[in-house]
Write a protein that binds this ligand. Structure first.
Ligand SMILES: Cc1ncc(COP(=O)(O)O)c(C=O)c1O
Length: 391
């Protein structure tokens, strides 16, 4: 039976940040508002995951989780089959979500006052967590060329202060939906080697490529990065189970891994039982669900790109991965407030404000396209009306 992404499931009222906190965070209170901000999907999780959770509950034991080996085996098989990367189970540590793993890596590999490099615009939590831990941020602006982002490592090199300890690489890129090429990844790794930086490669969106597109893991492109590489990833984004708050920190180098694990031990404990159960079942049996979801999302993007991209002054960035669409309203000539008003009030759509993604985010919004097609069409029609007067 084909997997049904068209029929809406009941989400509102079920402790959904995306559906139930639009008013709290964005001031949007209308009952018929369409949430397109927080990065989870409006789809039911795969049956294999739901069955695994039911079996766990039916068994009745909800104590501390141990014996992570079988979960790590499933993860390694998945990464090997999907991405051609042969990781070893022992390289994997589990954390309470990728952001928590990121924060722990900051503790492990830098000190307050050190600087962290990010390529902006980029996922907003990198800024929040680094600043909360007293680290400075050095932003390296991505350049938009031929409708996609590129890094400028020469400009970055000339802006270094000597306080930089870590470079954060988001691959695939959120919000640009960019898959980086092997030579670009190699250049980043080389940059880290030259400037003696820890390379944190956030690959949480690795599985959410559009059909036909391929994610290249940092480690397969740049084996020389191995002694300084910290990979953050998860099954949570891929399989829409982010509420399980379980991420993975994969560190091939034993000394680096030991340093990370010490920092982790000082902060947290054993992994979330439900998160681990979900990872194991998703990465063992979730392939068909994922491939159907990827195709559905790509078709959503194509519709969105054709119609929203046709509105005068509005540019939809082309994407090869993720379900998060980066939209540039600069050429509409409208102010930030006018754009937000038309989207949030006139169209009643909750989108992520571009400014949260750092330099380059002004006059942009990020829209989550992982929703049933009919809802997406409704959102498109509302935006066409809200911006219908543009020439
Ligand atoms: C690049 C990136 N890293 C991390 C996260 C969040 O990870 P988690 O929910 O596991 O903390 C997101 C969520 O959108 C993301 O886009």
């Amino acid at each position: 039976m084909p997997i049904d992404f068209d029929t809406p499931i009941t989400i509102k009222g079920h402790h959904s940040q995306k559906h139930d906190e639009m008013q709290k965070y964005l001031g949007i209170r209308e009952e018929d508002a369409i949430p397109m901000w927080v990065a989870d999907m409006d789809f039911a999780a795969a049956d294999c995951i739901l069955d695994a959770l039911r079996a766990e509950i039916d068994n009745g034991f909800l104590g501390y989780f141990g014996d992570v080996g079988p979960v790590s085996e499933a993860v390694c098989n998945w990464i090997s089959q999907r991405h051609g990367w042969d990781a070893e189970p022992d390289w994997i540590s589990y954390c309470h979500g990728v952001v928590a793993g990121f924060a722990t890596a900051l503790e492990a590999f830098s000190d307050p006052g050190d600087a962290i490099i990010v390529f902006s615009p980029v996922y907003h939590s990198f800024f929040g967590k680094a600043r909360a831990k007293g680290r400075e941020i050095l932003e390296s602006s991505l350049i938009e060329r031929d409708g996609r982002f590129e890094m400028d490592l020469d400009a970055l090199a000339s802006s270094l202060t000597g306080r930089e300890k870590i470079l954060v690489f988001c691959s695939p890129h959120n919000p640009g939906g960019r898959l980086w090429a092997a030579d670009e990844i190699r250049a980043v790794a080389q940059f880290c080697e030259t400037h003696d930086l820890i390379l944190i490669s956030d690959e949480i969106h690795m599985d959410l490529t559009h059909p036909g597109a391929r994610h290249i893991p940092t480690i397969t492109a740049a084996t020389n990065a191995l002694p300084r590489l910290v990979v953050l990833t998860a099954a949570s984004k891929t399989f829409n189970m982010a509420g399980g708050e379980t991420g993975m920190v994969i560190i091939p180098d034993p000394k680096l891994r030991e340093t990370y694990r010490k920092a982790h031990a000082a902060l947290g404990g054993t992994p979330n039982r439900f998160g681990m159960i979900m990872i194991k079942s998703a990465m063992t049996d979730g392939g068909p669900w994922l491939d159907a979801a990827r195709a559905y999302i790509a078709a959503n993007f194509s519709l969105w790109h054709d119609r929203i991209g046709a509105l005068p002054g509005i540019r939809v960035m082309n994407m090869q991965a993720t379900y998060l669409s980066w939209v540039d309203f600069t050429d509409t000539g409208l102010s930030e407030e006018e754009i937000s008003h038309r989207i949030g009030v006139d169209a009643r759509i909750a989108a992520s404000p571009g400014k949260a993604f750092g330099t380059g985010g002004a006059l942009h919004k990020r829209f989550n396209l992982a929703l049933p097609r009919a809802r997406l069409v409704e959102a498109i029609e509302r935006l066409e009306t809200a911006f219908g007067d543009l020439q």
